[in-house]
Ligand binder design. Sequence first.
Ligand code: FE2
Length: 267
Amino acid sequence: MITCCNSLNVNSPFLLTNSSQQLKKTMHPYLHQSKLQKRSSDVTTRGMKVAAYYGLKTPPYELDALEPYMSRRTLEVHWGKHHRNYVEGLNKQLSQNDILYGHTLDELLKVTYNNGNPLPEFNNAAQVWNHDFFWESMQPGGGDMPKLGVLQQIEKDFGSFTNFRDKFILASISHFGSGWVWLVLKRQEKRLAVITTSNALSPILWDDIPIICLDLWEHAYYLDYKNDKIEYVNVFMDHLVSWNAALGRMARAECFVNLGEPKIPVA
Ligand SMILES: [Fe+2]
């Protein structure tokens, strides 16, 4: 079984080349909560060199837990090789660019996107973010119908769950080339929408709040479904999508977007 390369959180992981060296308390705010700080508290700072910035986040289930709909072999290749390569490629780039040191992954995406003129680090950073979000958009025993507020909002914004499902599948199979399909909450419009993004682009770049996503790169489905993208998308919707994750993400999104009627105090 493939195991994670490290257990550090994607938003604040730092590895040092020499564990006998001490982390400076003022170096980065995230380090105050790091296990590394505790482990390294009795050593010196001299010669410290940051060797890696972001860890490979493990999917929240075993690699064979999505079978028969997504095989262990697909997870081994997709997560264990493709996703890992994005993480390692990003860390290699960051080790050569001190200016980008110390961002959360969300921040790094926006900084390296550079207002539409992406820096070399952007593709790897965005693919790491997108894949982390993708693995957590699925669960064993997923699919079926969304629940509670997610279902209500889908019915409000798409007319019915069937309409949403049709729109999600049509957008997926119509998307040309590599990319992603997303259910997002649009902050300004205060409504859900289905969008696709090309290559590594992510909706957080223009402030949409992602609720679920599906990887439309061929490496995501070729081993299990060959070139049958329609079957892959249908299986995702029927058996894999995590409406539990969507529920949690919607709850967090509602901290920033008021989806109800305005509550105007009576004078
Ligand atoms: Fe992928």
